[in-house]
Write a protein that binds this ligand. Sequence first.
Ligand code: ARG
Length: 430
Amino acid sequence: MSTLLWQKDGVEIDARIQRFLAGDDVVLDREFLRYDIRASREHARGLAAIGILSAEEFARIDGVLSRLDGDVEAGRFVLDERYEDGHSAIEAVLIEELGDTGRRIHTGRSRNDQVLVATRLWLLDRLDALRALCVDCARVALDRAADEMLQPMPGYTHLQRAVVSSTGAWWAAWAEAFVDNAWRARQTREWIDADPLGTAAGYGINLPLPREATGRALGFGRMQASPGYAQLSRGKFEMAALEAVGAALLDVRRLAWDLSLFTTSEFGFVRMPARYVTGSSIMPNKRNPDAIELLRASYAPVAAARAEIEQVLSLPSGYHRDLQFTKGPVVRGIEHGLAALALLPELLRSLEWRVEALDAALEPSMYATDLAIDLARQGIPFREAYVQAADPARWAAGDAVGSLRARVSPGAPGAPALDAVRARLDAIAS
Ligand code: ARG
């Protein structure tokens, strides 16, 4: 580490302590570096607007930042232990290239608002990606729901056969879930869409920084006004984003559970495309649904990341270096969650039902509820109809499709209300 921004005469640097302080920060900051560069440019533009930088100095800073950004994108500049963190790297490059002009960039800002703004821009992009993935999942599920609403399958409660249902009804559940998850992503995005840049170390600064204009240039919806709250929001907003990813992954966990059951020999409802299936190292006969199981497990690192940040946030107000420990979990949790979700649309599209197994799993008892309701409709009090319909002598192999068509309560297979779900999907897709 050659460049410590805060190094002063007479302060001895201990390499071992510095390594501990830096941790994996330089590596993690690679995630945020391009966002930090973007925010640095807008901070410099703000300094030019209030006369701290001349127009010419701003142009030179802008030029170096653009080149650095291109170098980072192309892999020509890699953040490493030469720097304490990404913030130091940007300033070091500016000073190296521009001398005193570079030495002006940090006027009126702190690494405390610098890390906040870079992380926040990163989070906003990840929430956009989350929304898009949820939209893709919802679209596949909704199309299949529309196609398959009258394809019978057993409906279970307590994992016991209950009533005739349909594969379309199964899909419709996931479709609406992912529409909701997409909305959750957008609402979370709106909630955290606040610019912390210009709050400096958490107490503001004795300069009339054009914070509103800087925030607009960075694409933020609003300015985070209180410098104290900007600091309080570190970790809190990361948790909110992880919760949004987690909401989707929680549905994925249950979907994957269904599929792991449905692909067993005992159920045999689903044929998994070979590319999602692995073999066993010892049992030549095995075909294992590992991809589904890892999807099921994917909620765990997301929830764990949220919990890790929650633990870090046991702090008084203001900046504390502890907050650096929010970066690892947020990157790991969100990247893992998005990678899992990215597999899902294609997996859902390629699932094939084994219709003969679905049919074979339907049994006469599964029409008992239809029968009880039919009797009640004829005027028999429901509790009496229930007793009559419980008699196995009254059960007969029924007409599964007829049962589905007759299920006309809105949202059920006879009146599935998919148009309303599609309208919400279209509204969140754009
Ligand atoms: N790496 C630090 C973090 O993530 C950057 C901010 C450092 N600020 C400070 N006052 N030491 O929090």
